[in-house]
Design a protein around this ligand. Structure first.
Ligand SMILES: *Cc1c(COP(=O)(O)O)cnc(C)c1O
Ligand code: SF4
Length: 358
């Protein structure tokens, strides 16, 4: 696996024949690959993490198309238009999605390192039914004209697939905008293409600077973390870039207590701070990945809070068109009166503290 990141991108695994070099493709997988008209693919590195014999391998399930994607009983039509408030009165470039006053998501590409089957931007990124225009200059100009924007989330697609030169230009241009205080990059590459974290990338976006860069990656299963990931994350931290994780709660992949706990412990061991766990969004064609809404809060209650290190606790959120809505477990307050609160811990033990009149 001595390939450079660009060779990895050139050698993307996206045909049945290529996939067969990594795994014994099941009949269902073969049927979906040859029938569905959908963009799919992975870096050779991420493909090499697949279990050769097990179609329920979490890496396989995230990468290989399934006939279940044709079912859309519970998904929303035109999901992305709703979710990203693209149909509202405020005139914005296609590249700018807005839900909050002080921060925006800035889409700079629609190309990814892998095409996640559960992607909530599937209409755009995977199925390519939705056509939008991502003009970086137009987006930068919009941000320059909006002094209330202090936090820019550069997203995609996968922004780290841009060349060092383009990233250096983009991050440099954002850092020159006086009201931009911080930059966040959403990228799966530390997980699916850790080879991308090079000296050149560190020079392009890292270093001591008054406008810091934070990277939020997406890792959904402990199997996605390797020695390569550890190296990549360390390199990012070594040039001042913080690394967080935004996992997606996925049925059959990470929705059981042991996997959920191991994922969060392993992230910390890799120096990645768990930030969010997202409810799998009601985008079309991903019903088979979605759990009941409460599941994420139950997992935090049963797998994390109290059971392991406090730093390993993400916030569980539902991403909606009006922003992210946190949904945390609500077992803590058993009773409350004028005098005191009765509180419950993760073991079911209770204690009391005095109430404080306002
Ligand atoms: C997720 C998101 C943000 C950032 O939300 P945080 O809670 O600050 O991480 C900002 N804008 C849009 C459109 C988003 O989807
Ligand atoms: S990397 Fe992100 S944008 Fe790309 S397919 Fe996966 S979830 Fe979607």
């Amino acid at each position: 696996m001595a390939e450079t990141w660009m060779e990895q991108v050139r050698n993307e695994v996206r045909t049945l024949e290529q996939l067969e070099q990594y795994i014994d493709v099941s009949d269902d997988e073969r049927h979906a690959i040859t029938t569905l008209k959908t963009r799919w693919g992975t870096t050779p590195y991420f493909a090499s993490l697949m279990d050769k014999d097990d179609p329920t391998c979490p890496i396989r399930m995230q990468v290989i198309p399934s006939m279940k994607e044709q079912v859309n009983e519970f998904g929303m039509k035109d999901y992305l238009m709703w979710k990203e408030n693209r149909a509202t009165d405020e005139v914005r470039p296609d590249s700018i999605a807005r839900q909050y006053k002080d921060r925006i998501a800035f889409t700079v590409t629609e190309v990814c390192g892998i095409y996640c089957r559960h992607c909530f931007r599937k209409e755009l990124v995977v199925d390519q039914d939705l056509k939008l225009r991502f003009d970086v200059e137009e987006g930068l100009e919009w941000i320059r004209e909006h002094p209330e924007i202090r936090d820019v989330l550069v997203t995609g697609g996968d922004p780290l697939l841009l060349s060092d030169e383009k990233l250096s230009y983009l991050i440099g241009a954002l850092r020159e905008i006086p009201h931009v205080e911080m930059i966040r990059i959403g990228s799966r590459l530390p997980i699916v293409l850790p080879q991308r974290i090079t000296e050149g990338l560190k020079k392009a976006i890292g270093g001591f600077h008054k406008v810091p860069v934070w990277i939020n990656t997406q890792c959904n299963h402990p199997k996605e973390i390797t020695a390569e990931t550890e190296r990549a994350v360390f390199e990012l931290l070594s040039c001042g870039i913080n690394v967080g994780n935004q996992a997606v709660l996925l049925k059959g992949i990470n929705d059981d207590v042991p996997t959920f706990r191991e994922l969060h412990q392993k992230l910390l061991r890799t120096r990645i701070r768990p930030y969010y766990v997202f409810y799998c969004e009601p985008a079309p064609g991903i019903d088979h990945f979605r759990t009941p809404v409460e599941k994420g809060a139950e997992l935090i209650r049963d797998a994390l809070r109290g059971h392991t290190t406090g730093l390993a606790q993400p916030m569980y959120v539902l991403a909606t068109n009006i922003g992210k809505i946190p949904l945390m477990p609500d077992y803590y307050i058993v009773d409350k009166n004028d005098k005191e609160y009765t509180l419950r811990n993760y073991k079911g033990e209770t204690t009391k503290i005095p109430n404080m009149p306002a």
